[in-house]
Ligand binder design. Structure first.
Ligand code: T1G
Length: 641
């Protein structure tokens, strides 16, 4: 669309922006706003202007798709200055989310009114940049330095009520937003206008505020929060025009940065993953109630996520004690959400009314979806699905949460195999955002679409995976770990490898992570494969597990751990155990180590793409970021290599 429509209501002009899906400020929109301001200043019959938007939201920001191009004129700061200096006052009528450049336009208006349900924000730092059209210069003039820092450095939006209290907006209205804005404009014309935002003073702030505000803002790879803070501070200590130039310079520098490019890549990858084109016209199956079989860590994590998303939940376990344990684990997750302010006590009580647990599979007979999350053993899983086949409706979706077994083998013999699908959640399932969706050849499109609908409802990032050992994420993890062990065999120190990956941006390196989760999980998988006759070469991890070193839980794995401590200590016992396997004494620096391991991940990613296990490189990036802690500001292994 990229359209602006100007209509009149008496002496008030209404400028209606219409650029689906979120009224982003494309170059065409900026040009249209500029010419609207010129035209309306020339029209003597117009005394004030209401700026409103069609569709689901007020302007949600600059058009991020333009950021890989050089900035195009007219530049947004100039458009906003034109609106702010218009002869007729502009009133922003906000619904949905006025974000980034959208809120900057609103702050250039003389007034801002909003619906109660609206929100305003400056989320630029989440994209590795800072506001580039006056956000750090006008916000402190409207609402003071502390609110400006909360908005532009924190990056989280404020609801209309809080925005009103902070002085960011002038009124909250109900009902017909445009009509209310026109009435507001007519009333505003009856009295002297407030000063333009850029002409307002900034209330003084204690010097001590800045050092406090800087604390814990310097995250590796994320320069934007500190840059936004410095831009706000500059605006408090310099004239508006100088502050605008300073802000623009910082914005343009960050806009061109690697981390901004990576964060934009992830932003768009997440959105395209949520709604695959192939399913655009496919209606998911009705999804109103969910059953979970298995009240262990995964089952209760998935169950808690489903319950908090509003689905009534039935938990099945093999005996009453296990049912009770499962229910209390789910209740504990909700209690935690209340403690953290994520859930009100009233909502917690309401949701818990929808929770039931039993040993009787018959309780699942009405469920629209049942997810199996029992022990990772084919026979155990098959027995569960035999029961589900017996009691569930023929159109109920049946899903396995297996993390590495072949879903086709699990589904063998199932009646209506078209309703079967793999849904691989990551632990803790109520926290981790990744959901690998694994269709079997018979899976019907509407069942696949139901998996994506569930992901959206649970706030997950869904990625379709083909069937191979470990699907996308665990297959790359296995290659990553093997490559890291290969470096150890070449004489690179274990602690140097972990240090290199932490320097790169991971919270933990590959060896520390294994010590945390336990070396025996992968060891048992290898032993299982060996017992089935597969040729699985010995790994260094095997040597450690056989020596009783399973990780933190046994006081030592790749590292030693002092009693009750989690700090890894380089282990002379490990050095002695592995010495016979060390074949060289390579000395790689940390950058070379990280480059080598990221390249190995990307190499495995290319093989996964070639085999059709993943549809596109950005899906692999999302899997590693949302399931394995790959640093977001690096964009993922495929983007980074
Ligand atoms: N630019 C381009 N496309 C955008 C966009 C944007 N700013 N925001 C959303 N989209 C697309 C998105 O890719 C998807 O496309 C569709 O809109 C729906 O998005 C100068 C420089 C507004 C809260 O960071 O937070 O202004 O997949 O699925 O869940 O200082 O979109 O349908 O083809 O997310 O309802 C600052 C980013 C930019 C806001 C709506 N603004 N957007 O959420 O829909 S930088 C932002 C969002 C800036 C100035 C600076 C959300 C939303 P498709 P969606 P949603």
């Amino acid at each position: 669309m990229n359209e602006i429509e100007i209509t009149r209501r008496g002496e008030i002009a209404v400028v209606m922006v219409d650029n689906p899906p979120v009224n982003a400020l494309s170059q065409a929109m900026r040009a249209a706003l500029l010419s609207a301001a010129d035209a309306l200043d020339r029209d003597d019959a117009v005394k004030a202007v209401v700026l409103a938007c069609a569709g689901r939201t007020f302007i949600a920001g600059a058009d991020v798709r333009e950021f890989d191009l050089p900035p195009l004129e007219p530049h947004l700061p100039d458009v906003i200055a034109r609106i702010e200096n218009a002869e007729k006052p502009w009133i922003a009528a906000i619904h949905g989310t006025a974000l980034g450049g959208g809120f900057e336009v609103a702050m250039g208006c003389r007034f801002r009114i909003a619906l109660e349900s609206a929100a305003v924000g400056l989320p630029e730092v989440t994209l590795g940049i800072i506001p580039g059209a006056g956000g750090t210069c006008r916000t402190p003039r409207l609402a003071g330095v502390e609110t400006a820092v909360k908005l532009a450095v924190g990056g989280r939006p404020l609801g209309a009520r809080k925005a009103l209290e902070a002085g960011l907006i002038d009124a909250i209205v109900e009902g017909d937003l445009v009509a209310e804005a026109v009435a507001f404009a007519e009333k505003a014309l009856q009295q002297p206008l407030p000063a333009k935002t850029s002409a307002r003073p900034i209330a003084a702030i204690d010097e001590a505020f800045w050092s406090e505000a800087e604390k814990d803002k310097a995250k590796p790879g994320y320069r934007a929060p500190l840059a936004a803070l410095s831009s706000i501070r500059f605006a408090t200590e310099n004239p508006f025009d100088a502050a605008m130039l300073n802000e623009r310079g910082l914005f343009l520098e960050l806009r061109a940065s690697d981390e901004a490019a990576a964060l934009r890549h992830v932003f768009f990858a997440e959105r395209s993953a949520a709604r695959p084109a192939a399913l655009k016209t496919v209606e998911p199956r009705p999804l109103k109630s969910i059953g979970i079989v298995g009240g262990g860590t995964m089952g209760t994590g998935i169950g808690a996520a489903a319950l908090m998303a509003g689905y009534p939940l039935t938990l099945i376990e093999r005996d009453e004690a296990a049912v009770a344990r499962g229910l209390s684990a789910i209740e504990a997750v909700l209690a935690g959400a209340v403690r953290r302010g994520k859930l009100t006590a009233a909502k917690q009580a309401f949701l818990l009314e929808g929770l039931a647990g039993t040993t009787d599979y018959q309780a699942l007979s009405a469920c629209d979806l049942v997810i199996e999350a029992v022990f990772e053993e084919i026979a155990v899983k098959r027995a569960v699905f035999a029961e589900l086949d017996r009691v569930c409706r023929a159109d109920a979706v049946l899903a396995t949460n297996t993390s590495y077994l072949d879903p086709r083998r699990i589904a063998e013999g199932l009646s209506h195999p078209e309703r079967f699908i793999g849904l691989h959640f990551f632990s803790p399932a109520h926290v981790m955002k990744l959901l690998e969706i694994i269709p079997v050849p018979e899976t019907a499109d509407d069942v696949l679409a139901t998996g994506f609908q569930l992901a959206r409802a649970l706030g997950k990032i869904p990625v379709t995976s083909g069937i191979c050992e470990g699907f996308i994420g665990n297959r790359i993890l296995k290659r990553y770990r093997a490559e890291a062990e290969q470096l150890v065999r070449r004489g690179v120190a274990i602690a140097e490898i972990d240090g290199a990956m932490r320097d790169y941006g991971f919270k933990m390196g590959p060896f520390e992570t294994q010590d945390l989760s336990g070396l025996d999980i992968a060891y048992l998988q290898r032993e299982g494969a060996r017992s089935e006759g597969q040729d699985v070469p010995e790994t260094l991890g095997d040597i450690l597990v056989r020596a009783g070193r399973k990780g933190q839980k046994t006081g030592g794995g790749w590292y030693d751990y002092r009693e009750g401590e989690r700090k890894p200590v380089v282990s002379s016992e490990v050095a002695a155990l592995l010495q016979p396997r060390i074949e060289a004494s390579d000395a790689l620096d940390r950058t070379a180590i990280a480059d080598h391991l990221i390249a190995a991940m990307a190499d495995e990613g290319r093989a996964i793409l070639a085999e059709g296990i993943a549809a596109k490189p950005e899906d692999i990036d999302l899997v590693k970021i949302h399931g394995y802690g790959f640093p977001r500001h690096r964009g993922g292994p495929m983007f980074a290599s």
